[in-house]
Structure formats: C-alpha cells, structure tokens
Design a protein around this ligand. Structure first.
Ligand code: FMN
Length: 172
C-alpha cells in the first residue's frame, strides 16, 4: 500500500507515554508538518507552542486540573505538548488548528511517535490561573487554544476500534 495512506490508516491515539524524550529534530519535523497545513485564506495565524520541560507540562496540567476539579489531571504525562492556538478574532482559528493537529498526529506517527488530541484547554484558556501559565509558555494573550497535542512514545490503541465504513456514501 502507498506509504502515506498506510500512515493515515494505521494512526491511533496513544494515551500512555513512556518516560522518554522526543528529539528536538523530530519535534521540529512535526512542527514543520503543522505549519504546512492548510489555513483559511492562507492567513497562517496559528501559533504552535512546543513544551518539553516536564515541570512546565506538569504546571499546565496542575492549573487545568484545578479548574476541572481533578487533582490527578496530568495530560497523560507526555514527552511533549504542542499547543495549537490562534488569535481570538480569527474567524477560522478552530478549523485551521484542526488541520494542523491532524498533520501533527500523522507526522508523529510516521516518526514512530504516539499522540492524542487533548481538548480541555479550549474551554479553559481564559481562566486566570491557566492564562498565567500560557503566558509563561509564550502563548500570546489574545490567542485561544483550539487543540493540544500530547506526544510521546507508547502503545497505540488497537486498530480493532473500528471506524464507521457506512460514513462513506457514494452518490454516483
Ligand atoms: C476534537 C477532538 C477532541 C478530542 N479530545 C480528546 C480528549 O480531550 N482526550 C482524549 O483522550 N482524546 C481526545 N480525542 C481523541 C479521540 O477520542 C480519538 O481520536 C477517537 O477516540 C478515535 O480514536 P483514534 O484517534 O485512535 O482513531 C479528541 C479528538 C478530537 C478530534
């Protein structure tokens, strides 16, 4: 099978990560895939904030956990996070980030790195305790977090979790 298609068909979310860093080179390749994603009117308004310091990841997780009322919240303890954010006034920030997120997941998978989308920041990024941490992480103050990619080495969830083939409708 075509390698790119095989990569798409074999990607699955990973939610348990080894305590093993991802090389800067690999993270740069994944980030490059993000910036190559399509964006509405090619405005390229997203920022991709890469966080690898375990203390910074833990600090963000703790701030989110506090808002969520979940003391054990750990963002799955990934080796890295990529925060996909866009200016608040960007009409298509959510869509632009979604395209970039899938590129991130596919690039990571092609490099043997697992990933999963974490959604919670979307609703929490304006909570004061979280905005403070985002600012420390160099996320612009006017940006909304539309998607967070957690990345690391770990077991993929089963390909057996089947996809809905009836979602494909040929109207010829
Ligand atoms: C918009 C969106 C939000 C998601 N949010 C979360 C999340 O907060 N936590 C999580 O563990 N997985 C999250 N996921 C991952 C989905 O649960 C996962 O993609 C789905 O179960 C299909 O599994 P697969 O990725 O292995 O194909 C999200 C996926 C999308 C597209």
């Amino acid at each position: 099978m075509n390698e790119a298609l095989k990569n798409i068909l074999t990607r699955r979310s990973v939610r348990r990560f080894e305590n093993r860093p991802i090389s800067r080179e690999n993270l740069a390749q994944i980030a490059e895939a993000a910036i190559q994603a399509p964006s509405a009117m090619n405005r390229q308004l997203n920022q991709y904030t890469i966080v690898t310091d375990p203390a910074k990841i833990a600090k963000l997780a703790a701030a989110m956990g506090k808002e969520l009322g979940r003391a054990d919240y750990d963002l799955y303890k990934p080796a890295a996070l990529i925060l996909c954010t866009a200016p608040r006034e960007s009409k298509f920030g959510r869509e632009d980030c979604a395209c970039a997120m899938e590129n991130i997941f596919l690039a990571a998978h092609a490099l043997g790195i697992g990933s999963v989308w974490i959604n919670q920041l979307m609703n929490l990024c304006d909570a004061p305790g979280i905005r403070e941490v985002l600012t420390e992480l160099k996320v612009p103050a006017d940006h909304l977090g539309w998607g967070t990619a957690a990345l690391g080495y770990g077991p993929q969830e089963s390909l057996g979790a089947s996809k809905r083939t009836d979602a494909i409708v040929w109207a010829d």
